[in-house]
Design a protein around this ligand. Structure first.
Ligand code: HEC
Ligand code: HEC
Length: 369
């Protein structure tokens, strides 16, 4: 589009030319040399109108003649994937296209995952329900990191029949399992603002994931079994060289300066997860650590060998931690995972072997891969 100032100058020039011509014709007419009556009157009027319009462009506010701005259709929410096709969360930038109330609820849910203790911990601003850890300590990057114990399959696979409780578990029940075990705390009321926010966040994370499907990279990696029992003494050495700098000599962790959440969460002791938690199973601990610890490791660039990983899992899970009454768990004992360390079992392997392995013979007994 021509800049207004150019149009203005052009119109002025045309006006001057027309006036000169008009005068010239007038002189010719008066001298009677011109047989026909030629007049520039109408051209001059039209050009004046143009001039007024061109001037108006400067006086009117920008965009006054544009069509009314129409708000664009909200962009659909989408899932994101790493280059190798592993699920890596829903696109946070698109949260802004949801209606304000829903967006706020999902964002609050996300904060409850990343900074749980600030809201629900021992000094929490909402309630005092948990041990001071954050969900994100174990569900990395707000539950979106590939093989970082992410939530990619939560919305698509719950409600879900779970053998630990022998019941059909809703998302709320599963969240509360971690509240009571991993966070060694108390369940959230399922109608509370906090639970509704966490569930909304889980639903939004499930964007684009078909019911019953499990995206690649979801949850925790499965490591191959060692052909020996995992060894806490060797694991102690791994801990001392690779973990102690952050998690502390007593596995007690380090609080952040503001005292709200841990900078480095505890691995054992009274503020850690209890014996009913998923990480208390060696395979879960090892799978989590292999792809994510020491901090900076990824599933593509792990820093520990499988042996070191199983051994450090054995060391950490042989240290003291809170207990939990587990008598209601695994009502059908034949459904216990092979690395559930508490009997009774339908097999004849000892609790010690169920805890540290070797696991291959137990897996063979149950015909598990
Ligand atoms: C100490 C570590 C830890 C903490 C802290 C923790 N979790 Fe978990 N969570 C786990 C483990 C381990 C699993 C089981 C993963 C598996 O078996 O593949 C799990 C599983 C889950 C699942 C089911 C995932 C699935 O795909 O089946 C949900 C939902 C969940 N946690 C929510 C939460 C929420 C919400 C919080 C915070 C209130 C939380 N967790 C805190 C360790 C933790
Ligand atoms: C450079 C610091 C650092 C080192 C070294 C490190 N971690 Fe961690 N670890 C962290 C941080 C930080 C988190 C929490 C991650 C988050 O919240 O995003 C964490 C979380 C964990 C968790 C889950 C939460 C919990 O407290 O139970 C486990 C298990 C764990 N680390 C084990 C290990 C093991 C085993 C090693 C040694 C092989 C190790 N870490 C080395 C920083 C470290």
């Amino acid at each position: 589009m021509l800049p207004g100032i150019v149009v203005l100058i052009a119109v002025l020039l045309v006006l001057v030319v027309l006036h000169v011509l008009d005068d010239a014709f007038k002189v010719l007419r008066e001298h009677g040399d011109l047989p026909i009556k030629v007049s520039m009157r109408w051209s001059i009027r039209a050009t004046w109108i143009l001039l007024v319009l061109a001037l108006g462009r400067f006086l009117l506010p920008e965009g006054a003649f544009d069509a009314d701005p129409v708000s664009p259709d909200p962009l659909p929410q989408v899932a994101t994937y790493a280059e190798d096709g592993l699920w890596s969360g829903a696109d946070t930038a698109r949260l802004a296209y949801l209606d304000d109330e829903l967006e706020a609820r999902i964002r609050y849910g996300r904060e409850l995952i990343t900074r749980t203790a600030a809201f629900l911990g021992p000094n929490g601003s909402v309630a005092h329900l948990t041990n001071g850890m954050n969900c994100q300590n174990c569900h990395l990057d707000a539950g979106t990191r590939p093989w970082g114990n992410n939530y990619g399959a939560v919305w698509s696979t719950y409600p879900n029949m779970r053998s630990r409780s022998g019941k059909l578990e809703s998302v709320e029940k599963r969240v509360n399992d971690c509240m009571e075990r991993s966070l060694n705390g108390v369940a959230l009321d399922s109608v509370s603002k906090e639970m509704r926010a966490i569930v909304a966040y889980m639903e939004w994370l499930g964007t684009g994931i078909a019911k019953d499907s499990v995206p690649k990279g979801t949850g925790i990696e499965r490591l191959a079994f060692l052909d020996r029992a995992a060894d806490p003494a060797r694991g102690h050495e791994v801990f001392t060289s690779k973990c102690v700098s952050c998690h502390g000599p007593q596995g007690e962790g380090v609080m952040s300066k503001d005292g709200a959440t841990y900078l480095y969460p505890p691995l054992w002791g009274e503020h850690s997860y209890n014996q009913g938690a998923g990480l208390f199973r060696l395979s879960r601990f090892a799978g989590y650590v292999k792809a994510n610890m020491p901090q900076g490791s990824t599933y593509e660039h792990p820093q520990l060998s499988d042996e070191e990983t199983w051994d450090v899992a054995a060391f950490v899970n042989s240290q003291p931690r809170p207990t939990k009454d587990l008598t209601g768990d695994w009502p059908d004992i034949s459904k216990k995972p092979i690395d559930h360390p508490f009997g009774p079992y339908v097999d004849t392997f000892t609790e010690t072997q169920h805890k540290y392995g070797p696991f291959a013979p137990i897996a063979a007994f149950y015909k598990k891969p």
